[in-house]
Design a protein around this ligand. Structure first.
Ligand code: IPM
Ligand code: MG
Length: 401
């Protein structure tokens, strides 16, 4: 009896030490990378597996098209980093093999395709998710996920804390004995503060006067309690932005309430709540295949789809019908992040025209719709169309008028 308690205490002790060290590193803090001072921006392409490889190629086509002059001038360079497939990760028994991580670190930003996350009972060794590992290794603390449904006036931006919560020790829980298992949820003061601050800055810079912090602090009192307290403390520095707290359960309900949901604008939350809520939000936008996400850190940033590698689609021979919009949206976020806002806006307008307004080409994930390649070609014809902006404005006027 005592043995297992002692062993558990030792394990818990080691976890506490590890987290205290992480806090120290966070407190020292890097400076933000300033892309305008970089002579040549290096974009790493990590395409993953399953549908990841296919839809990432389409996103690459869009990026290369939009940045072609920069590539010629040598302002931007693309680098293929092929080692993030499940086969290679399984062979190395590592979430991200060392040499792949080194290559990633040589880049400034990464476009990352969905990667298979092993789960108990499947054919793969039970290694950690490549996404979760990359977010932690590169300290990509902010997962920014926009969801827009213009016809409904919905313009949401989710700021999901990306390096702690239920994820940071997600692979380090343990069974004390045959009957008792523990996982851990971790919220730190600097970890909560940096994501909350980023959300407030976004609200302030975009003239948005209210923000929502999503927790379950009435029940998960210590960690969510800290997250919520930190949000209200930081809120005092942003008097122009009114902060409200909503609990995750009612929040998931309210995203389905057509009378209420457009009132939400900027939402900030711990990791797992953000994971769940953003899938729900993306589904309302047209499916998880339509949503992209930015994983932002001070030194590196990574842009990806919000969904997984859909092995079922591959198995059923439907991979070419997978929706590339998630990765194309991620590419637009990447463009904005490295300073090409106008071009990002063009890609986003084309995505909205194709996916929300015009709907001439429809992706169904099966042969009842067009392939990802056909969709991308069509989208690029809009990006290139001199009428793009006026066509988009007309649609937006129709809604607001
Ligand atoms: C996401 C994904 C990942 C997560 C998985 C693939 C580990 O669902 O990016 O939302 O849970 O964060
Ligand atoms: Mg998710």
């Amino acid at each position: 009896m005592n043995d297992k308690v002692t062993q558990a205490k030792e394990k818990f002790g080691a976890l506490i030490e590890e987290q205290l060290k992480r806090i120290e590193v966070m407190k020292q803090g890097d400076d933000w990378l300033d892309y305008s001072t970089i002579n040549q921006i290096k974009i790493g392409l990590c395409f993953g597996d399953g549908i990841g490889e296919i839809i990432s190629r389409h996103a690459q086509t869009v990026l290369e098209y939009v940045l072609k002059d920069e590539v010629v001038k040598g302002k931007v360079i693309f680098k293929d980093i092929p080692g993030l497939t499940i086969e290679n990760r399984a062979a190395h028994k590592k979430a991200i093999p060392d040499d792949v991580l080194e290559e990633i670190k040589e880049c400034h930003v990464i476009l990352k395709g969905p990667t298979t996350t092993p789960q108990a009972g499947d054919q793969w060794p039970n290694i950690e998710s490549a996404n979760v590992a990359m977010r932690r290794y590169l300290d990509l603390f902010a997962n920014v996920r926009p969801v827009k449904i213009p016809q409904e006036g919905i313009d949401w931006v989710f700021f999901r804390e990306n390096t702690e919560g239920a994820y940071v020790l997600g692979s380090k829980g343990f069974d004390v004995d045959d009957d008792l298992s523990f996982d851990f949820k971790v919220i730190t003061e600097p970890g909560a503060e940096r994501i909350v601050r980023m959300a407030f800055e976004y609200a302030k810079n975009n003239g948005i006067n209210h923000m929502t912090v999503v927790t379950k602090s009435n029940v998960v009192k210590t960690t969510d309690g800290r997250f919520s307290r930190t949000a209200f403390r930081v809120a005092k520095e942003y008097p122009e932005v009114k902060l409200e707290e909503w609990y995750i359960d009612i929040m998931t309900a309210k995203l389905l309430d057509p009378a209420r949901r457009r009132n939400f604008r900027v939402m900030v939350m711990p990791n797992l709540y953000g994971d769940i809520l953003t899938d729900e939000a993306a589904q309302l936008q047209g499916g998880v295949g339509t949503a992209g996400s930015a994983n932002i850190g001070k030194r590196w940033s990574m842009f990806e789809a919000i969904h997984g590698s859909a092995p079922r689609m591959v198995k059923e021979g439907r991979a070419q019908y997978a929706d590339p919009c998630s990765m194309i949206r991620a590419s637009a976020m990447l463009l904005r992040h490295i300073g090409y806002s106008q071009r990002a806006k063009k890609v986003e307008m084309a995505l909205e025209i194709c996916g929300q307004f015009e709907k001439k080409m429809v992706i169904t994930g099966r042969d009842t719709g067009v392939t990802g390649e056909e969709y991308t070609e069509y989208l690029l014809s809009w990006v290139d169309n001199p009428e793009l902006e006026s066509a988009w404005n007309q649609e937006v006027d129709k809604i607001s008028g």
